[in-house]
Design a protein around this ligand. Sequence first.
Ligand code: NAI
Ligand code: MG
Length: 392
Amino acid sequence: MKTIVALPGDGIGKVVLKEAIRLLNAAGFNANYIWADIGWDFWCKEGNALPQRTIDLIEEHKLALFGAITSKPKEAADKELVHSLRGKGYTYFSPIVGLRQKFNLDICIRPCISFKGNPLNFIRKKNDGTFEEPIINTVIFRQNTEGLYAGVEWTNPPKNVRDAFESNPKMKSFSNVPNEEIAISTRIVTKKASHRIIRAAFEYAKKHGYTNVTLCEKPNVLRETSGMMLKIANEVSKEYPNIELWDTNIDAQMMWLTKNPEDYGVIVAENMFGDIISDGFAGLIGGLGFACSANLGDYQAVFEPTHGSAPKYENLNPSIVNPIAMFMSAVMMLEYIGEINLAEKIKNSIAYVIQEGKIKTYDMLKLKGGSDSLSKGAASTTQMTDAIISML
Ligand code: NAI
Ligand code: MG
């Protein structure tokens, strides 16, 4: 029997994770769940949104299902910390970023695959005025630990940092700017991590029959970091003669998103660009209610919907949010551990409920979302789960 660390987090994270476990149980997945502490409450009470006891559990059991957390800006974080801990050097950091770094979960996979019949699917107008609904089947590989999100940044940088930067001739244009008026966020990319994410993308393409891998970067401007990734992609691609390597620039790719999204198979990018491109593609397949992800390291793996805690819906009872992103993340976990039949069974039930179109959460009805959603015909979170369970 597998042991899964269940990380509910905040807001709707708690709701969708509970529903996912209900679905996994109903599907016959034999597992033991250990609920672990993570998120805003633990920052406020303990000054740590990712307590060591939670890290220890994930270290030991290796698999985690994660809902979502709430992060707030620095000032709000300081204000909500319990009085007795204030001024004692506690600083808030995002627990999900912390998890990725702690366990080197450097491979982030975000599939964006349309479900037939989803009313939120992207449609495109044709020349003759009719519409077509291209089926999107794109899987984004996002480098998850480095790049612009590595956290190497300063406001009012210390002298040694400023001096080091001044050694680059391009810093001349900033030479008259006082230190207190400078903020610096770095984009550090390493060969090793680039190799890993690019190879993971090609391996996935090979295993799942995709014919192209696109490196989505900006090497014409970010000559060092994107340039290095492009060079590595060219090298790695030689080992996969049946898979074409395409390279696109992140800005152009976002523009092309609505032009020919069905052409893209696997896409690989640095942390921030992968974040951007995966949200872009998620928009074509139904948005945050459908966007699932896996964070994989060599030893641990954490599966989570890409949405956040949606605070504006957290107090709605019954909950109205769409649990499918969380369910598909659980499906990714089943695939990862080799429970392919169970994964298929759940995926097929979800697909059936969507295609049948009788049960839709508020987002699928294109409603604004609120306490009146149910009276306007939306299904609650639980009703959606029940419908999927009934199709198992
Ligand atoms: P969010 O993803 O929580 O919500 C944005 C909007 O998307 C919501 O208002 C809602 O309209 C929609 N939405 C999200 N999940 C949905 C679902 N399952 N079903 C239907 N609609 C859904 O992002 P937001 O509002 O920017 O951030 C809220 C909090 O979540 C912040 O504290 C943020 O830091 C945190 N966050 C956490 C993430 C994580 O835990 N991985 C990721 C993104 C944000
Ligand atoms: Mg994002």
